[in-house]
Design a protein. Structure first.
Lengths: 313, 277
């Protein structure tokens, strides 16, 4: 029977093109590449090339202020960075900020998503208002939080009866303000992703659990969360990487003072402020590798399914 | 309505009021701060004791802010338009054509979205100085496009997949020319998706800080977020708090209006690329 089957040339997504392409299929392939070329070129020109450049520069002792002193030093820049306690302090700071913000955001984001999913009145107002923190410039949000906690202009000490407590005077309290600003700004994004996930939990399951006498919490843990695991993992991956790269908020609130410097800030300080391109590039490469590691852990370790994100079904 | 479900309704209503408080308090605080004249800014209370628009006058008379505003609007708009057009080509190819590079392109876009931008500023700073792009509009537009692209590509491909492309052929069968079929049938169907993508891409460019501070050095190209970090008070010894608050409100208001007007589209766009069944 199969012999008589006519070979179709109609393109179907996902199937590898057969040997001996028809003119039409070949044309389609070429057109596909041509259409994608500008985007690929722009994206790679601004990332891949500079990254390779950084990899190359990281092998040199090189400061922009002293171009003649440029010399090959092999991997010693990496050794300098990794044996410096500052690097590890910044790793710890970044790690604390990431873990605290992402876990708090996941909880608040889930609650927000549940409320938005359920409310009948004012649904539109609430959904609109939740977009405001998302749309606001990170720098602006950071200023709002900084001024709210600042000694000279802030109202928080007044409200909490803390007198002249200097929130930016020590590490832990400065980190609290940074985390608060981050959480406020980025929770809406996570909650919208979770809301989309919630919408995919079949109502039938929920009702069945209800009929079987499940409590609210049982439904949350046994029905809702397992059914939106994919959405949760994707939201987690995106937010974790985002938090790990935190820069704007730290720059505005503390400028890295009181041990609040993060990895991104260290990279910026080395390569732009100090124009130490050799060391700065080494830090850049290490930051890049750390991001890669996190993505790898999520995708391989936690089996985060990115096909839905990439858009290939 | 049973008492239990009524109690639940009340709980959800309280929840939504709390959400409103959560989202709006920092904004209201910034507005209130910007309305405090002179020494009132340090009154340590949430609300101003007496309010005035002085700070807005100050801000609009400083060259640093007005030029930054011009730069931000210009650079973000150009990057958005170019980025979305380039992304449309890709999204069309992904939604409609059969070619083996699809997965590769979508993976590259994903990788770029996860890229630590700060890692690039050192090398880009160096490259841009070498080719004369440092402290120019183009020097910011190029990185903005490449970082707005991933988001635009996903969102657009998700939207384009939903378009019933057969209608184009149907129109041609009915006697429309290829161009007519495209313009009268496909463009109106694709426009909402393109528009949503443009809003999201614009937000991304408007929000940038890392490139803004590292790849500019003067008013020639410095965008608003970077300029805010360099603000000084009316005199050198004055805290710039009031001026920054006013400037922050000025750049926030348009965003709030856009979100109010296009709320549903933004939500659809944000979640379409990211979560699909």
């Amino acid at each position: 029977m199969t012999v008589t089957q006519e070979r179709k040339t109609t393109p179907t997504a996902g199937t590898p093109a057969p040997e001996g392409l028809t003119d039409r299929a070949r044309h389609e392939r070429r057109l596909g590449w041509w259409l994608s070329a500008p985007a690929l070129i722009v994206m790679l020109a601004v990332t891949a090339y500079p990254m390779l450049n950084a990899l190359y520069l990281s092998l040199f002792s090189y400061r922009l202020t002293d171009p003649n002193g440029k010399r090959f030093v092999g991997l010693s820049n990496y050794w300098v960075v990794l044996s410096d306690s500052l690097w590890w302090q910044d790793v710890l700071t970044t790690f604390i900020i990431t873990v605290v913000t992402v876990s708090v955001e996941l909880v608040i984001g889930f609650v927000l998503a549940m409320v938005m999913h359920r409310i009948l009145f004012g649904r539109k107002t609430v959904r609109t208002s939740i977009l405001i923190p998302y749309g606001i410039i990170t720098v602006v949000s950071a200023f709002a939080w900084r001024y709210a906690f600042a000694l000279d202009s802030g109202f928080v000490n007044n409200w909490l009866n803390l007198g002249t407590f200097d929130w930016f005077g020590q590490r832990w309290s400065a980190l609290i303000v940074i985390c608060l600003a981050e959480i406020w700004k980025t929770t809406p994004f996570i909650s919208l992703l979770l809301l989309a996930g919630l919408a995919q939990v079949p109502d039938v399951l929920n009702e069945a659990a209800n009929v079987d006498g499940a409590t609210f919490w049982q439904r949350v843990y046994k029905v809702i969360i397992p059914n939106m695991k994919a959405a949760i993992m994707v939201a987690l991956l995106f937010r974790t990487l985002d938090a790990w790269r935190i820069f704007d908020t730290v720059f505005i609130t503390t400028a890295g003072a009181q041990g609040t410097e993060t990895l991104s800030f260290l990279t910026y300080r080395q390569s732009v402020t100090r124009v130490a391109l050799g060391i700065g590039s080494a830090v850049s490469v290490l930051l890049f590798l750390s991001v890669l590691l996190i993505a790898f852990i999520f995708i391989k370790g936690f089996k985060t399914d990115l096909s839905s994100v990439r858009g290939d079904r | 309505m049973s008492t239990q479900s009524r109690r639940l309704q009340i709980a959800w209503a309280v929840g939504s009021v709390l959400i409103l408080l959560y989202t709006l308090t920092p904004i209201v605080w910034m507005i209130s701060l910007s309305l405090k004249p002179g020494g009132d800014i340090f009154n340590k209370h949430f609300w101003p004791t007496n309010w005035s628009l002085d700070n807005y006058r100050t801000v609009f008379s400083t060259n640093l802010f007005t030029s930054a505003l011009r730069n931000s609007i210009g650079i973000s708009l150009i990057s958005t338009v170019l980025g979305v057009v380039i992304a449309m080509f890709v999204a069309y190819a992904i939604a409609r054509l059969d070619f083996p590079g699809k997965k590769f392109i979508l993976s590259v876009a994903l990788a770029i979205a996860m890229f630590p931008t700060v890692s690039l500023v050192g090398p880009l700073f160096n490259m841009w100085r070498a080719v004369g792009l440092f402290d120019t509009w183009a020097g910011l537009i190029i990185p903005y496009i490449s970082f707005a692209l991933p988001l635009s590509i996903w969102t657009l491909s998700a939207f384009f997949r939903e378009i019933p492309w057969e209608m184009e052929q149907a129109a041609q069968v009915d006697g429309a020319t290829a161009w007519q079929a495209f313009r009268k049938v496909i463009v109106p169907l694709a426009a909402p998706g393109v528009f949503t993508t443009a809003i999201l891409a614009f937000f991304a460019c408007w929000n940038d800080f890392v490139f803004g501070i590292s790849l500019t050095s003067t008013n020639a190209a410095r965008p608003v977020p970077a300029a805010l970090a360099f603000f000084t008070g009316a005199s050198q010894f004055q805290q710039p708090t009031a001026a920054i608050a006013a400037a922050a409100v000025v750049v926030t208001v348009p965003i709030v209006i856009v979100t109010l007007v296009f709320q549903r589209r933004i939500v659809a766009g944000l979640t379409s690329g990211a979560v699909k069944g």
